[in-house]
Each structure stands twice: as C-alpha cells, then as structure tokens.
Design a protein around this ligand. Structure first.
Ligand code: WTA
Length: 645
C-alpha cells in the first residue's frame, strides 16, 4: 500500500482528503479485494444518524486478511505465538497454514449450525485460536462478540444475552504469569445464567466449543459442549469466503459508557476493513511487508481487533500474539520477546510502560532491542515522563513514538503521528490523520477556532471505520454520541490544541474512568457495590494513579454502623470482582454518612473527584448542595482513610 513520504505531503494529502473525501476514500478502498465494487462511496447524516460507506459493494474481511496474500506470501509467517511460559516453544503460523486453519474452523462453525448474521461469543485466552475464531466468523459472515478473558461470568452472560449469541467459543484454562484462570468454569457459570437467546432455531440453547489449551480437567455437558480438536477431525479445509455487503455487520464489541449497562458497539464490514488496513499502514508504516509487528493488547479489546489481528494481516505483515504479562517471570519479558522475535514495531499501553519504569532499567541489561524501528502507545494519555522513558530506554532515542488516540467506537486510529513523518511532541497525539476532521467544541456547541484552545473533542465528518449503531438500541447510540452536539460525533474526551495546532487529549469529560487502559463506567461499579447488603448508596470516581493512570475511589453509604471497614472493603471488592472482573475493583473505599447532592438529588461528582485526588483546597461552589456541611465530613473521612494506607 502507498504511504505518505514526508510531512509536506501529509499536509497536502490532509487538505485533499477534506476537499474530496469520497475520492480520497475510494482510492484507499481500491487497495483491497472486492467481489463487487460499491455503488455509492458515502451516504450519511449525523441526525438519525445513518452512515453508509461503500454501499452496494461486496467484500470479505477474512479473504482480504489471508487469501489475498497467499500467492506472494503463502510461506511467510502470519502469526507468531509467544506463550506465557518462556520455556514453552513459540508457534509460527504461515499465511498458508492460517488459511487452512481458518477454513477448517469456519466449516466447524457451519457444522454446529452457525449461519451468516448469527452472533458468536469468543471468550478466549491469547492463543492463535482466538484470532482463528474471529477470522472464521468473518469468513462465513457470523458476527463475533469477543469478550475479554478478565471479565467475570456475570459480565460474560450479560454480553451473550444482550446480543443473543448462539455459540460460545472458549478454552479450558489459561495461565497469565503464575495465575491460572479457569475460563471453561467461568463460561459454565455464565451459560447457566443465560436468560435471552434470541435465535428461535436454537430453541433457547447455546452451544460451546472448547479449545484444549492446558489439559485442565473441565466438565463437558453432552449435546452442548464440544471439543475444538474433535470437531476439526472431520472438517474440510475448503471454505469459500462469503461475499458480504459492505454494510453487513462484522462484529459487536461491548464497551462502557457514562450510564447504564455496557453497550454493544457495532462495526460493519467494508468501512472497518478499509479503515483498519489504511490506518495500520499509514501510522505504523511497515516497510516491505516483512516486518514483525507486536501489539500487546488483548483480542478482547478494540486494539486487539484492529491492530493485533485485522490491521497487520490486511497489510500482510507478521503479527505477534503474546499470551503472557509484562512482569512475569520478570520485568524484562517484553524486551526478551522483542529480541527473540526481532520485533520491528512495538505497540503497548502507557500503564505497562509505567509499571516497567517503576522496576528500574536493570531489566534492559543484556537486551539489544536493535530490531525496533517504531514504538506506539494507546489507550490512555501517556504522561511526559513515561514517554521520555519509553523513547530513551526502549527506543534508544531512535524510534518515533506514535501516540495513537482512538476509541472502540472509532474502529481505528483518528489522531496520531505518522511514524517518522510527523514531528513529535511528548504526550501529544499530535495531528488528525488524513481523512479525519477533528474539531473542539465549547459548552454551547460552537466550534473553537484557532490554536492554544481547549474544548470537547468531536468529529464533524464521517470516516469509514466508525461504529454504525449500538446493537439493538439505535436510540441509545444517537443519544450518547450525536445528541450532545447536534451535527457532530462526540467522543467524550476533553482535548487541548496547542500553539502548533497539535492535539493533546486531557481525558474523559464524562463518567467513564480509564483504569490501566480499560474503560469502565462509574455507574457499573456503583451497581455492583450497591448489591452489598450493607451498602445503601455509592458514588465512584477516578483519581490519578501512578501506574494505572486512574485508580477507582468509592464513597459508600452504609445502612448500619460499620465496625470493621476493612471487612467491608474486602467484601465489596470481591463483589465487584464477581460482577465485573478483577480490573474494576475499587482501590479505595470510604464509608461516608452522606453524599454531596444537589436539591434535585444529583451527586456533584466534581467535589468527590477533588476529594479523591486529595486536592481539597478549592472545592468550588458548594452552596447549591442540599447539605453543604456533608463536604467537610467526607473530606475528613477520606483523609482518615489515606492515613491508614
Ligand atoms: C482514551 C482504546 C489519550 C480516551 C483504543 C478514549 C486515549 C478511550 C488514547 C477509548 C491516547 C485512548 N491518548 N487517551 N493515545 N487512546 N484514549 O474504547 O479517553 O478502550 O476515549 O479504545 O481511551 O478507550 P477504548
């Protein structure tokens, strides 16, 4: 694929893409294989909203990721699997082998009754079979719903119920570091908890395919659960890729928002494919197609979808899939893997960088890291110190860092340097990539022009990778993203534009917190906490955390005097673990007699945020509170808690 060659060209192409968006995107789409060319490049309005890209065209994402490359790269490695335990051998899968495995598994899916348009839940560890399952779904037109392996049975069941999955693909168990996670057992619990299965053909039943990852004992329910390897025995390796309409759904991925339960963000086939392929190529700039790219994200998050599986494979590069964690068996593991597989492009999250930074530089001893050419960061704002550390110690001062800003809803990167092209500025996502029209809006919804300004980040024009709806609830989709500022897509992020026109994301302006790069709605945590028999009401806010970026601070009102706050804390944390997952556990829980509420009963989170940050010198105007005296009491309780920590 073509790449922009210098910063001057970036500016020209950027202007061209604004002036002629359809021509610009037709050119990008033409890089891929289409069974039938589209009739209309773009039809859109942000009021319904309705967005259609490449309408009338037929393509297949899996075909474009694999089949299209076979002639020239059949024997090139497509996936390098690096296991959790460094003593276990790696697995290298060529494009030819991947083709065979995906075709066989696509036939397995058909054999168990999966048809085009059916929803398939993938609850898998970081093994190639996770990616194979995704690609096989895309091949036959089934809609995948990947659920991160760190979610609890309850969260898994909610997601299966919400989009009516008829099949669950999982594994017996996985080790992450020295910790075992019994996925099948969690899946069993989830399957026992299913209420809604929408497919009448399935008669309310769900089937499960279980990949034997660890030889761990599991209970298999006859007629419902099937072993992956047994089903494969009779599967043919012949499977044509289903021609899919550009706007046919490709996948659903659940993500958290300000209010309510997580929503199933829906992406469609043609636009997502073009966008994932284009952004991967232009931002990371793989050379010659023989490069080794490593994205450390889990396939359960959007980054794993767009830049671990689809983006790299669309570009015919080799993608590394790592089962382990950064600090096991020691904090040098990432660097050992970079050297072992001669990784050229490395893409990770600021939280991992900060966690490794805290371990000191001795873990670089004996590591060369000289294969690295480009570094990337994603998921949360990267602070300047972490940026410098990453640049100096990992990149040895020679590798550009692409600080990529984007979201589950955007499908791919919107604001980022193009590696080696855009002049960098630590902690800045820099500039929108060509084809993206970013604006900052003020409270009144007016565009803020000029530089040295700050506002809410919005998009004023569609791009192919954007989400089309929230599964089963288009009204909600409209309300969340298109109602705050009519005529714009609202990201939920605050942003500065500096004197050079460079963008710096300042963080969420809504009730979403970003813990270690994982998005969680404060409401979800509150709902879980409120199920504790002693907790009457709770309010959760984020606070700055050295490693995680944001930590979780919960203020809870109890129905009786609590004698032992530490027992309550342990129980409440366990509850959140069971209802959502380990990553959503509050770091701090403080029992308070009341919350700062306005006369209309709204909690003033601004005040709680300040208290959680430990910055109580100026809490702003508290006169509109029903009971302003509660603020001092909460301040006092929070201070007591921090003394005990
Ligand atoms: C935040 C992850 C600053 C942001 C791809 C966004 C970032 C949310 C960056 C989306 C970045 C992501 N700099 N903040 N480079 N990248 N974010 O849906 O708040 O898991 O709205 O998608 O992460 O998180 P999500």
């Amino acid at each position: 694929m073509k790449q922009i060659s210098d910063f001057e060209e970036y500016k020209t192409v950027y202007a061209h893409a604004i002036a002629n968006p359809e021509v610009f995107w037709e050119d990008k789409a033409a890089e891929f294989h289409w069974f039938k060319k589209w009739d209309k490049t773009l039809k859109w309005n942000f009021t319904e909203p309705s967005i259609k890209w490449f309408d009338g065209g037929y393509t297949n994402l899996c075909y474009n990721c694999i089949d299209r490359h076979l002639e020239i790269r059949g024997n090139q490695t497509a996936i390098i699997w690096e296991p959790n335990d460094p003593k276990t051998p790696s697995r290298l899968i060529t494009y030819n082998e991947l083709h065979k495995e995906v075709c066989c598994f696509a036939n397995v899916l058909k054999d168990v009754g999966v048809k085009k348009g059916d929803r398939v839940c993938i609850y898998m560890p970081m093994v190639p079979e996770g990616a194979i399952a995704m690609l096989a779904c895309a091949r036959i037109g089934a809609i995948h719903n990947v659920v991160f392996g760190g979610f609890s049975a309850k969260s898994l069941a909610d997601r299966i119920n919400d989009c009516g999955c008829t099949l669950l693909i999982t594994a017996d168990a996985v080790f992450r570091g020295d910790k075992k996670i019994e996925l099948k057992q969690i899946a069993d619990e989830a399957m026992a908890d299913l209420t809604v299965i929408s497919s009448p053909q399935q008669n309310g039943a769900i089937k499960a395919i279980v990949f034997n990852n660890r030889n761990e004992p599991v209970t298999m329910q006859a007629g419902r659960d099937f072993w992956w390897h047994e089903l494969l025995e009779t599967a043919s390796s012949d499977c044509l890729a289903e021609p899919m309409e550009a706007e046919d759904p490709l996948f659903i991925l659940y993500t958290s928002g300000s209010t309510g339960k997580p929503k199933g963000v829906l992406h469609t086939t043609g636009g997502y494919m073009v966008y994932a392929g284009y952004t991967f190529n232009e931002v990371f700039r793989p050379q010659s197609g023989h490069e080794i790219f490593w994205c450390t994200a889990d396939i359960g998050w959007i980054t794993g979808h767009s830049y671990l599986v689809y983006g790299p494979l669309l570009n015919g590069v080799t993608t590394v899939l790592f089962e382990g964690i950064p600090n096991w068996p020691d904090p040098g593991r990432f660097w050992e893997v970079v050297d072992k597989h001669q990784v050229n492009i490395f893409y990770t999250a600021p939280t991992a960088i900060r966690a490794l930074e805290a371990q000191g530089t001795k873990w670089f001893e004996g590591k060369k890291l000289d294969s690295l050419r480009v570094l990337g960061s994603v998921g949360e704002p990267i602070n300047e110190e972490a940026w410098e550390w990453y640049h100096k110690n990992v990149g040895k001062g020679n590798c550009p860092i692409v600080d990529t800003w984007w979201q589950t809803e955007t499908g791919g990167i919107l604001i980022s340097p193009l590696a080696g092209i855009t002049p960098l500025k630590p902690a800045y996502a820099t500039l929108p990539i060509p084809g993206v029209q970013a604006v900052l809006l003020n409270e009144r919804g007016e565009e803020i022009s000029g530089n040295n300004v700050e506002g809410n980040l919005c998009m004023k024009f569609p791009w192919p990778g954007m989400a089309r709806t929230v599964y089963g609830d288009h009204e909600r989709f409209k309300n969340i993203y298109y109602s705050t500022y009519p005529g714009y897509y609202f990201t939920g992020d605050g942003c500065k534009r500096d004197a050079d026109g460079y963008y710096r994301i300042t963080g969420r302006v809504d009730d979403v917190i970003n813990v270690s790069g994982h998005r969680i709605g404060t409401g979800e945590i509150e709902d879980a906490l409120n199920e504790h028999p002693a907790i009457v009401e709770s309010a959760v806010v984020g606070f700055p955390h050295d490693i995680k970026g944001q930590g979780i601070f919960a203020f809870v009102i109890c129905n009786a005097k609590i004698d032992n706050a530490s027992i309550l804390t342990t129980e409440a944390q366990k509850l959140v673990f069971e209802k959502i997952g380990a990553f959503a556990r509050p770091d701090r829980i403080v029992v308070v007699p009341g919350l700062p509420k306005t006369r209309s009963g709204k909690i003033m989170r601004r005040i709680l945020r300040k208290i959680a940050e430990g910055d109580t010198s100026n809490l702003g105007d508290t006169t509109t509170l029903l009971d302003p005296s509660i603020v001092d009491i909460i301040k006092h309780k929070a201070a007591e808690l921090s003394e005990t920590l």
